[in-house]
Write a protein that binds this ligand. Structure first.
Ligand SMILES: NC(=O)c1ccc[n+]([C@@H]2O[C@H](COP(=O)([O-])OP(=O)(O)OC[C@H]3O[C@@H](n4cnc5c(N)ncnc54)[C@H](OP(=O)(O)O)[C@@H]3O)[C@@H](O)[C@H]2O)c1
Length: 244
């Protein structure tokens, strides 16, 4: 199957958690800086996040008013994907099975204008459960979307379409726990990049992968900083290479 090379890039606690207060603690600022620096250094063609992470980082939970949209009045095929290659070649891929995210623009507007996120063209990954009115709203805003799955997201199909239709070769998978788990369980991750913070999380915080199946990785690189931050980089044994 043709698919992008997928790097799961995350900040974790010492106990492998990816949510919680430690992420925003002032003493972990160095780790956050390193995380964003590594994101930029990868020079990926895009980044993928689950619906919850997209809400937390970019949409703030805003939901669009769908009442003005009447899909039956439109002349486009409701079953069809809506994408074309963006001149930037840089995409923010939102795994949003039910189609709920409220975007005010078809590009990411990062408050810090971080080049690792800012101005990425948004691509929604939907299932057939998405309300046709939501699909009409996306179309009206020229927000790209791809269908992958009937009731649940078929992550492998989504990756195949991202590769074939948009030419994405290198994709950062940046959380959260649920989306990472769906990729790990389906064995779609080629590389893991962990910025480990010198902190232990709370019991109720979420693990790197909400679901998984056994997979072996080989250590590729380790870096350490005086502030106690570690970067651990692993590659999948017999993993996919970047497709040209
Ligand atoms: N440490 C880090 O580096 C880092 C990075 C990113 C995020 N985070 C943290 O992660 C947290 C969010 O993670 P999360 O695990 O709660 O949510 P998430 O993975 O961001 O999003 C989960 C949602 O994505 C949708 N989804 C997409 N594909 C799916 C699939 N194959 N299977 C199931 N659901 C799928 C579902 O939306 P519906 O419910 O609408 O169906 C699901 O509820 C936040 O607290 C954020 O701060 C940490």
């Amino acid at each position: 199957m043709k698919k992008p090379y997928v790097i799961c890039h995350m900040m974790t606690s010492l106990d492998g958690k990816v949510t919680g207060d430690f992420l925003a603690a002032p003493e972990q600022e160095k780790a956050a800086d390193i995380y964003y620096e590594i994101n930029r250094a990868y020079g990926a063609d895009g980044y993928a996040c689950g619906r919850v992470t997209m809400e937390g980082s970019f949409t703030g939970g805003w939901r669009p008013d769908l009442s003005p949209y009447d899909p039956s009045a439109e002349d486009w095929d409701r079953e069809e994907d809506f994408v074309r290659k963006d001149p930037s070649g840089f995409y923010a891929v939102a795994f949003d099975p039910h189609g709920v995210l409220g975007w005010k623009s078809n590009h990411i507007r990062d408050p810090q204008e971080d080049p690792g996120y800012h101005n990425a063209r948004i691509v929604e990954i939907l299932t057939r459960q998405a309300d046709p009115k939501y699909v009409a709203y996306l179309r009206d805003r020229e927000i790209f979307y791809l269908f992958a799955g009937e009731r649940e997201v078929d992550a492998a199909l989504a990756l195949q379409k991202l590769s074939e239709k948009l030419g994405i070769q290198k994709l950062l998978l940046e959380g959260g726990s649920v989306l990472n788990g769906a990729f790990m369980e389906a064995d779609l991750i080629d590389e893991i990049s962990l910025v480990v913070c010198p902190a232990v999380a709370d019991t109720r915080d979420k693990p790197l992968f909400a679901k998984s199946s056994m997979a072996a990785f080989a250590l590729a690189q380790v870096k350490q900083w005086d502030e106690g931050v570690l970067w651990l980089n692993y590659k999948r044994n017999n993993g996919n290479e970047i497709h040209e």
